[in-house]
Design a protein around this ligand. Structure first.
Ligand code: ATP
Length: 654
């Protein structure tokens, strides 16, 4: 049983952060405003207020698809209609409203999942067009068959206790509240992390053990289920649909506008935007002779809002909260954005629990060989990025992979992690990887970092470490969403491991910082921490020292050794920083134009003239002097200077 991730509160520490007070006050005022809404207006406008609740619910679900998963759907109005239709039909058959609601949620989730199927093959605007096709199909179907909308049926009848429109408003408000809770809940579950990885790092999500296809379909099902709930609420409000039911394209476009103007992933912003679109824009409060003027003003207001607050209404709330906090409590203290200096060995031995992975025992190779690549070739059109490369990595080694830019180093990592078209063989822990999906490879014990950062910059440092362990939290979506006990042990485990890895890399003080706000070097360290937290056997690090100060790069070398010696990891590192290679690697491979040109210990490899020409000296061996002095750039420093090159000659600075 993993230890609880909740830490005891420090003596004297406040129960809640004082800067959260402004947020809580804002949320309370907002809830009070929603509760008192029926008291404003004429009473006749309650029908619009009730429609607003249904619209807000559907928009919150759509935001999970657009804001969280990056899938633009232009058919949420149609799905709203599907929910409404289902509830009407089930209600007309005599079922009570809870059954009609459940049926609407389930059926619309199913339809939405089917609508999302093309997203497995296509992306971006093409997906939007595919969803539009469904919207248009439903419009034409319902225009030829009005019964599709439920028109002409007896419809669903409200129970007596919900007959008053005012009561119905509060009934709808309960569902809106539940939807907000669900949407917030999903953010802190494995499913929410999967969604965000599809949005920001889809091609790389396999390295976290995430299969992007099922993640997308889950997002479609979730957004569809919520649209079904909104549709059912609307159905029970109107009873028998008439011809103005909002099943049309306009409804779909308005729903997209609400999520954009409300601000991605801001429930409050989306609810406010839904209110303006449903109630204000319906002009129920405005004399009809001024309606055109009001519509023009409304449109101008929307454009102005986006210009001033590109992050939408929710963004303006956040800015307001920050301003108020600054006014009341002064500027927020910012932690140092760099990792804390720690004793690498002591930190690693404190994080011994990271060594233990819950992965079931697999067949071990009889020898110490962990990875064997044989004749690996990667061809991109006319470019042979990797040319019959053969290499071996033994358990407990730190192996360096060096070579000039474009030599094929990252391509080798891509081949191992399943992102390059490979011929040849790559065997890891006795299992052939060629042909295996990327998500399976990470589950087998592979983790990697990327030359250009493979994490989600919009999320916090800690969230990124949780994302990296997505394969480990194996609970299904529904228990996670509902916070059921079956999801808790896995969730506790990954949170605990994230905290340990943050401590190991001196990042604990930055755990709540947004990753994208940190210096590049710190982001790279977070990426390594995330990879380590996922409990790999083999860690592939692509230019881990990029962006680090010389001292940080030196400390990185100590960390590499500590990861191997204390946590038992095996590492392959792509590095341009020669002292790091010379200082920590047990063995080294050098590539040139995709082909292996040297292998051996770092001293042996960096001493070879071809390596010096290709990598270290960038082709600038000066053989004109007696000493055959190698003219190198600043890549050569004390660690290599003086090492033998050829026939007793030595590397020296120009
Ligand atoms: P660098 O340090 O500059 O990243 P590298 O040794 O990692 O160099 P690779 O990124 O592996 O080099 O690239 C090797 C060659 O393969 C380069 O010529 C590159 O342009 C080409 N290449 C890599 N990926 C692709 C791709 N997806 N499509 C086409 N060509 C590619």
């Amino acid at each position: 049983m993993p230890p609880s991730s909740r830490r005891p509160r420090q003596p004297g520490a406040p129960a809640i952060d004082k800067r959260s007070i402004v947020r809580y006050v804002g949320i309370t005022l907002f809830i009070l405003l929603l509760l008192s809404l029926p008291q404003f207006g004429t009473g006749a406008d309650l029908i619009y207020k009730n429609l607003f609740l249904s619209t807000a619910i559907v928009a919150l679900g759509l935001d999970v698809l657009i804001g969280r998963t990056g899938q633009l759907s232009l058919c949420q109005g149609a799905l709203f209609g599907v929910g409404c239709f289902t509830a009407v039909q089930v209600g007309a058959a005599g079922a009570p409203w809870p059954v009609a609601f459940l049926a609407a949620v389930a059926f619309t989730a199913l339809v939405s999942t089917i609508v999302g199927l093309p997203s497995l093959r296509i992306r971006g605007l093409q997906v939007a067009v595919a969803t539009l096709a469904f919207q248009i199909f439903l419009i034409s179907l319902s225009s030829t068959k009005p019964e599709i909308k439920g028109i002409g049926t007896e419809g669903i009848t409200r129970p007596e206790y919900l007959e008053s429109d005012q009561r119905y408003y509060y009934f709808g408000l309960v569902f809106l509240g539940l939807t907000v809770l669900l949407v917030h809940r999903i953010r802190s579950t494995r499913s929410g992390r999967m969604f965000v990885s599809v949005r920001d790092v889809e091609e790389r999500s396999g390295s976290f053990g995430i299969a992007s296809g099922p993640a997308k379909l889950l997002a479609y099902a979730f957004a569809g289920g919520i649209a079904g709930l909104g549709g059912a609420l609307y159905a029970l409000q109107i009873g028998t649909p008439n011809d103005v039911s909002p099943f049309n394209l306009q409804a779909s476009l308005i729903l997209v506008a609400i999520t954009v103007i409300g601000g991605a992933m801001s429930s409050m912003g989306i609810i406010v935007a839904a209110f303006f679109f449903s109630a204000f824009a319906s002009l129920s409060y405005i004399p009809t002779d001024k309606s055109t003027l009001v519509q023009v003003l409304f449109a101008l207001l929307l454009v102005l809002n986006i210009l001033v607050y590109p992050r939408g209404v929710g963004g303006s709330f956040t800015d307001l909260k920050d301003q108020l906090n600054k006014l009341v409590f002064g500027p927020a203290p910012r932690p140092s954005p760099r990792p804390e200096t720690t004793d690498a060995v002591a930190a690693a031995s404190n994080a011994m629990a990271l060594r233990k992975t819950p992965r079931p025992l697999r067949e071990r190779l009889p020898t110490s060989t962990l990875l064997v690549a044989t004749d690996v070739t990667v061809q991109y059109g006319g470019v042979r990025a990797l040319d019959h490369f053969t290499a071996e990595v033994r358990r407990g080694e730190i192996v360096g992979l060096i070579g000039a830019n474009g030599a094929g180093k990252s391509t080798f990592f891509n081949a191992v992690s399943g992102l390059a078209p490979v011929t040849g063989s790559i065997v890891f822990r006795g299992q052939e990887l060629v042909g295996a999906p990327p998500a399976i490879r990470s589950r087998l014990g592979l983790a990697r970092t990327w030359q250009d950062m493979g994490l989600v910059r919009a999320d916090t440092v800690r969230d990124n470490l949780l994302l990296a362990q997505a394969w480990m939290a194996r609970y299904p979506a529904a228990p996670g969403l509902l916070g059921l006990f079956s999801a808790l042990p896995d969730e506790r485990l990954v949170r605990h491991r994230a905290d340990l890895a943050l401590e190991l890399f001196g990042l604990s003080h930055l755990k709540d910082e947004r990753l994208g706000d940190l210096p590049y070097g710190t982001m790279r360290t977070v990426e390594i921490a995330a990879a380590v937290s996922s409990g790999p056997d083999l860690l592939l690090l692509d230019e881990a020292s990029a962006g680090l100060t010389p001292e940080e790069a030196h400390q990185l070398g100590d960390r590499f050794s500590a990861l191997r010696d204390e946590l038992g990891l095996t590492l392959v590192v792509i590095e341009h920083h020669v002292p790091l290679i010379a200082g920590v690697c047990d063995y080294c491979y050098c590539l040139e134009s995709g082909a292996l040109i040297a292998e051996g210990t770092p001293a042996e490899v960096t001493a070879q003239p071809r390596v010096v020409e290709s990598f270290l000296g960038k082709g600038s061996i000066d053989r004109s002097t007696d000493h055959h002095v190698v003219v190198t750039d600043d890549l050569v420093d004390d660690a290599v200077e003086g090492s033998p090159v050829d026939d007793g000659l030595e590397v020296a600075r120009a």
